[in-house]
Ligand binder design. Structure first.
Ligand code: CTP
Ligand code: MN
Ligand code: MN
Length: 521
């Protein structure tokens, strides 16, 4: 599935071909790959391999020579016979990922060790005990696995699945819908109850299952899958055994869940308002709408007014029609503007809750850019196509560091609006198919970004949300970088990393490129 980056292939060329190493130990004189046959092996029980990745050729050669001189058995190539892998500046996860991409078979007992262990051995002149500080951690699961973080919990020989969605390819072809639907409901319920930790745990569990190329049929299929805590596993077990989960059923029957689901389906209604209405004893939308004591925001008023249209999803044909409208109007003001559909439709979804657009123009001044959305709004208002809008002014600053918050909002100028889409503009919709109203209310998001930030904005607005979250988490925890919708900052080098394309951003992060339709995490 994942392709080997050409650069990685060539720089580790000598390590790629895993020669079928001997399973049994043998005297090193017989080993043809050994360079300096003059050293005797004093410690026959250990077979070492030193990883070049991030350590560099020179330092590796030096350490290999030194270890051999001290009587250690050091292999030139990585194979199944190796018992101890020594690395520098790599986490256990980095190594597993690397092994996976190189497709190298290793022993399931392989110890992953930091170079500090080898150095301690060199000092002692013999193998020293491996302590927790020497062992490289493999972060597999942040949820409720008590052994998470310890490399003992998994064997590197298992097929590697990353805990980060940005290292998985997730298409819309979900083989585990029966489980992910269940997890999504549980996550949503935890969201409604403002239990962020459990909500996130189930969202991650759902996300990882969406990326699997196979359907889970028995519990043993879950072996080696990260992000599945005990809770998630027990739900999977229930579904395998009974075809359903009693916990999920209970949530679906829960009054609070049902009400929150209903209330938040109104545009402009979030958790706070739902909570208030629920506490006040409301259970239906019609009661809420007709209540004289409640004050609604303009957003909520629009949400109620166009409720039926807005809850019926936007089709791809409708999105195309909206796209034409956006292009026609934007290009009267900025003829050279690039207008890209982002969000779910860019990821290949057939339906969406809205249509998202990123607008940028190479030739425009800041002034033109700043005026654009107001001009577009004026035009549509004049044509009576605008049912609602909320224009958010830009707070973008060139030198601002990216936000550390995983779910931070961005600073670009944007407009959340409801557009009147006439049926006649939609391909395949015949006039006689629709009785009464000749149009449908459609939610549209327009975002304008400076031209030099378009790659970051595009990556940020393509989603999915889980994919974005994990991109940022990966940047922070694995690369010491900060990524958001505007920029990528390298904390070690203290510089902003520029990018013209999404591919360049993935490359800066040391990630394989993931196409938009594989970001449905
Ligand atoms: N986004 C963002 N800031 C926001 C809202 C959204 O950065 N204030 C990004 C999110 O990363 C999200 C993408 O824009 O992935 C699209 O958001 P949204 O339209 O809410 O979700 P979609 O993935 O398009 O799904 P849907 O089909 O339901 O619209
Ligand atoms: Mn969307
Ligand atoms: Mn949106």
């Amino acid at each position: 599935m994942a392709q080997l980056a050409p650069a990685a292939a060539s720089s580790h060329g000598s390590l790629c071909k895993a020669h079928p190493g001997p399973r049994k130990k043998r005297p090193r004189e017989m080993e043809p790959s050994m360079v300096s046959p003059s050293y005797d092996i004093k410690f026959q029980d250990l077979i070492l391999f030193i990883l070049e990745k991030k350590m560099g050729t020179t330092r590796r050669a030096f350490l290999m020579e030194l270890a051999r001189r001290k009587g250690f058995w050091v292999e030139n190539e990585l194979s199944e016979s190796v018992t101890h892998l020594v690395a520098e500046n790599n986490s256990g996860s980095d190594i597993l990922e690397w092994l996976h991409f190189q497709n190298i078979k290793v022993s399931s007992q392989l110890e992953l060790l930091d170079v500090s262990w080898l150095i301690d051995c060199m000092r002692a002149g013999k193998p020293v005990e491996m302590t927790e500080k020497h062992r490289l951690t493999v972060i597999r699961d942040h949820s409720d696995d008590p052994n998470a973080g310890s490399q003992k919990t998994i064997s590197p020989a298992e097929n590697y699945i990353s805990q980060y969605a940005c290292q998985r390819r997730t298409t819309l072809n979900n083989c585990n819908r029966i489980f992910t639907d269940a997890f999504d409901i549980l996550a949503e319920n935890f969201e409604f109850r403002e239990n962020e930790t459990s909500c996130l745990a189930f969202m991650r569990a759902s996300s990882v299952l969406k990326s699997l190329p196979f359907t889970i049929l028995s519990m043993k299929d879950t072996k080696g899958i990260p992000c599945l805590g005990d809770k998630a596993k027990s739900i999977i077990e229930d579904i395998i055994e009974d075809g359903e989960s009693s916990e999920v059923k209970a949530v679906l029957n829960d009054e609070r869940y049902q009400c929150f689901k209903l209330f938040t389906s109104v545009f402009g209604v979030g958790l706070k308002t739902s909570e208030k209405w629920f506490q006040m004893g409301f259970r239906t939308l019609s009661k809420i709408k007709s209540d004289k004591t409640l004050n609604f925001t303009n957003m909520q008023k629009a949400g109620f007014r166009y409720y039926e249209d807005l809850v019926s999803c936007v089709t791809r044909e409708e999105a195309e029609a909206v796209s034409l409208m956006v292009k026609e109007t934007v290009q009267t003001f900025l003829p050279d503007a690039f207008i890209t559909i982002t969000g779910g439709f860019r990821r290949g979804k057939k339906i969406g809750h809205d249509v998202d657009f990123l607008i940028t123009s190479p030739g425009s001044t800041e002034q033109d850019e700043q005026q654009l959305l107001q001009n577009v709004i004026n035009t549509w208002e004049r044509k009576k196509l605008l049912l609602y809008y909320d224009l958010v002014e830009s707070t973008f600053e060139k030198l601002k560091l990216p936000s550390r918050k995983v779910d931070a909002l961005d600073h670009f100028q944007k407009c959340f609006l409801i557009l009147k889409l006439h049926h006649q503009r939609v391909a395949g919709t015949k006039a006689n198919q629709q009785e009464g109203k000749a149009w449908k209310a459609v939610r549209v998001d327009l975002i304008v970004c400076p031209y030099e930030r378009r790659a970051f904005a595009l990556l940020g607005w393509t989603g999915s949300r889980q994919f974005e979250r994990d991109l940022r988490r990966y940047a922070t925890h694995e690369r010491k970088m900060i990524l958001d919708n505007h920029a990528l900052y390298d904390k070690t080098k203290r510089i902003f990393l520029k990018a013209e394309t999404e591919e360049e951003i993935f490359a800066h992060l040391g990630l394989d490129y993931i196409d938009p339709w594989e970001r449905n995490a």
